[in-house]
Design a protein around this ligand. Structure first.
Ligand code: PHE
Length: 325
């Protein structure tokens, strides 16, 4: 037996491996399931005494490890050679480059437009409480305008809701800062609305507000004109008297598009009651605010008829914006 083992040891060492086929022959010769030299030896172990079985079992196991080591060595060598054979001059697989979502592009454009006239950009939470979204904006619990802005409430805690507009940012910011300030915020808002070509349960709004001594309605009009001309060049817009509980006077702005007027924003002078709610003296300060729907602007900018396309995530649609600014 000892002689046999020495012989096998030598054979393992001296077996010449050059190709992948040699490697396979080597493996089969020693570890092949039926006729592998070591496999047969393992089987023969059963025939000898327990005492000897232990000694030879250990030795044969070590031979098996030798074989596996050699296989491993040649396998990794072969892999490395494959890497060396790799030709770096061949064209690589191209990586798909994504594009900025069209709504984000408009958002970035609006931010640029307002940074130029001294506005700062702030963010706010989409999950709001009743006070910031309604009550502090002069919309008490019984107010009918709450019906128009029905949203998603948490069953366990009805005080918590998904904001219905970005006007809640006005409250958050004014509570913490003292005027004068010019602020812009853009984000998602939520309403319990049927999905259609012009409305969705979620859309984006840009909110701007400016508070200082002697801010007037003409400042508001001029700012809106500046926004619209920066976005569209020359465009026809009109201010229509309207009502919001948190602005007085209030207006809605329509833009003339495809031979019809399209409503794009609400605006007005911030109501003195709102200023009082955040401890700003309305006798000293006044301000304006506006809220504009980004999807509505997008319909005009990209000449589309249906806002649902912005949320479909259809790659064929999104790819078209690759080369835009
Ligand atoms: N928050 C109003 C809305 O979502 C828009 C608005 C903002 C109106 C600011 C006036 C001032 O309908």
């Amino acid at each position: 037996m000892d002689q046999k083992i020495d012989q096998i040891k030598k054979e393992i060492k001296c077996f010449h491996i050059k190709t992948y086929n040699d490697l396979e022959t080597f493996r089969i010769k020693f570890l092949g399931k039926k006729r592998g030299i070591l496999t047969i030896l393992f089987k023969e172990l059963k025939k000898i005494s327990i005492h000897k079985r232990k000694i030879y079992g250990k030795i044969i196991n070590e031979l098996k490890k030798e074989v596996q080591k050699k296989i491993f060595y040649y396998k990794s060598k072969n892999d490395n050679e494959k890497i060396l054979k790799y030709d770096p001059t061949l064209p690589g697989k191209s990586i798909e480059i994504g594009s900025i979502h069209p709504l984000s592009m408009i958002k970035n454009r609006i931010i640029d437009i307002f940074l130029k006239i001294g506005f700062s950009y702030v963010d706010g939470p989409e999950i709001e409480d009743d006070w910031h979204n309604f009550t502090a904006l002069n919309i008490p619990i019984f107010h009918p305008s709450r019906d128009m802005q029905d949203t998603f409430f948490l069953c366990q805690s009805p005080d918590i809701l998904l904001r219905t507009h970005t006007s809640s940012i006005q409250i958050r910011y004014m509570k913490k800062h003292r005027p004068p300030f010019r602020v812009l915020s853009i984000g998602k808002v939520y309403r319990n609305e049927t999905i259609s070509s012009r409305s969705n349960f979620m859309f984006h709004q840009a909110e701007g507000f400016y508070i200082d001594k002697k801010v007037s309605f003409s400042d508001l009009k001029q700012t809106i004109h500046y926004l619209i001309t920066s976005l569209f060049g020359k465009e026809k817009i009109r201010f229509r008297p309207s009502y919001f509980p948190f602005t007085e006077p209030s207006a809605e702005v329509d833009i003339y598009c495809n031979r019809e007027w399209l409503e794009i924003m609400g605006c007005g002078m911030i109501d003195p009651e709102v200023l009082k709610n955040v401890d700003i003296d309305p006798e000293i300060y006044s301000g304006f605010a506006f809220g504009v729907g980004i999807e509505r602007l997008a319909l005009m900018i990209y000449q589309m008829k249906d806002i649902r396309i912005y949320f479909d995530n259809d790659i064929r649609f999104l790819r078209q914006f690759k080369n835009e600014f």
